[in-house]
Design a protein around this ligand. Structure first.
Ligand SMILES: [Zn+2]
Length: 339
């Protein structure tokens, strides 16, 4: 079996297939499906992967450092992971799904908006598909989170799930009847760069025009609800440089400044999710990312929804993620339907 990729259809690697020397090529997708799905979470610093059975149990997993800045090496690393996971799971022809940073352009299939900038403009799905000799599915990492939680996580059984990542940024994804919602711009669920709704202009909390955002606008939801945003807004109000964990811990111990910051965060999250409820009316909203560890969010935010949601009754459920850090790989694996 040849070990080099089909160079003629690999514009990004033409003449550079030496990266594949010695690399073992995974076996082609077989007609007899093994019932094993491989999910890969391609992050800026690490690549995590699992081989999963149809019932959601994990039979093998792997984690390596991302070859930063080197696209060819990234492809080779992913291919090697597929080889070793198939060996470990004693199968061949597993389905492969990959969660990627940024978005996958519906028009060109290339990656855009990735903070791992060496991936931007690359057709990861096509290039890997040719080398692995099987179709590969890709989705944004927040979309993978939403799929994972909708499939067998906190949103299992809910017809419409809005999955939110409150981490270094604010991502989101929408799953309807088990299917990821994708649109022509590949940004469905990207609520983080909408403006914070119902800005509080009276309390001197600097919500209007709001903080500068890296996207070029001001007052984006992400500048208030991401972890760094929470810490930055607390510093603005109190002059204290604390981590989100410290702010929450001190708020629970009765510190007034920290309590005010946590209260504002909860109200802002209530407003930001209420505007989504008014448009999408999801059955379940699942919170992920580091900030979702704040237990008060799932209890306090729904209490505030009646102030903002345009309905006399609100049956939307707010839940914390079930799968935590594993949602990236699990969602990528679920990009393929059960076989
Ligand atoms: Zn923004």
């Amino acid at each position: 079996m040849p070990i080099s990729p089909k160079r003629s259809i690999w514009p990004g690697l033409r003449g550079r297939n030496r990266h594949w020397k010695g690399a073992e090529r995974p076996m082609a997708h077989s007609r007899s499906s093994p019932g094993i799905r491989i999910g890969i979470d391609l992050g800026g610093t690490k690549i995590a992967a699992v081989a999963m059975r149809n019932d959601g149990t994990v039979c093998a997993e792997q984690r390596i450092r991302t070859p930063r800045g080197d696209y060819s090496a990234t492809l080779a690393a992913i291919a090697q992971i597929v080889v070793s996971l198939e060996k470990a799971a004693n199968c061949s022809g597993a389905t492969v799904g990959i969660g990627v940073p940024g978005a996958v352009s519906a028009r060109t299939g290339t990656i855009k908006n990735a903070n791992s900038e060496w991936l931007n403009g690359r057709d990861l799905r096509g290039d890997l598909g040719h080398f692995l000799d099987r179709p590969v599915r890709t989705a944004n990492d927040a979309d993978c989170f939403a799929i994972s939680e909708a499939q067998d996580g906190a949103g299992a059984g809910a017809a419409t799930v809005f999955g939110i990542i409150l981490g270094t940024g604010c991502g989101g994804g929408i799953v309807i009847d088990g299917k990821l919602l994708t649109g022509p711009n590949a940004i469905a669920g990207e609520w983080g760069h909408n403006p914070l709704p119902w800005p509080d202009v009276a309390a001197g909390t600097a919500e209007l025009p709001g903080p500068d955002c890296y996207c070029g606008k001001t007052g984006c939801i992400e500048t208030f609800l991401s972890g760094p945003g929470f810490a930055a807004r607390h510093k603005e109000q109190s002059g204290q440089s604390l981590t989100p964990e410290q702010i929450v811990a001190q708020a629970r111990q009765g510190n007034a400044d920290c309590g005010d910051s946590l209260g504002r965060y909860i109200d802002r999250l209530a407003r930001a999710t209420a505007s989504v409820i008014n448009i999408l009316d999801p059955h379940c909203i699942v919170l992920g990312g580091g900030m979702s560890n704040i237990a008060e969010l799932v209890t306090e935010v729904p209490r505030l929804w009646p102030r903002y949601v345009f309905s006399d009754r609100i049956d939307t459920v707010l839940s914390a993620a079930r799968h935590g850090d594993a949602s990236g790989v699990r969602g990528a694996a679920w990009l393929w339907p059960a076989s």
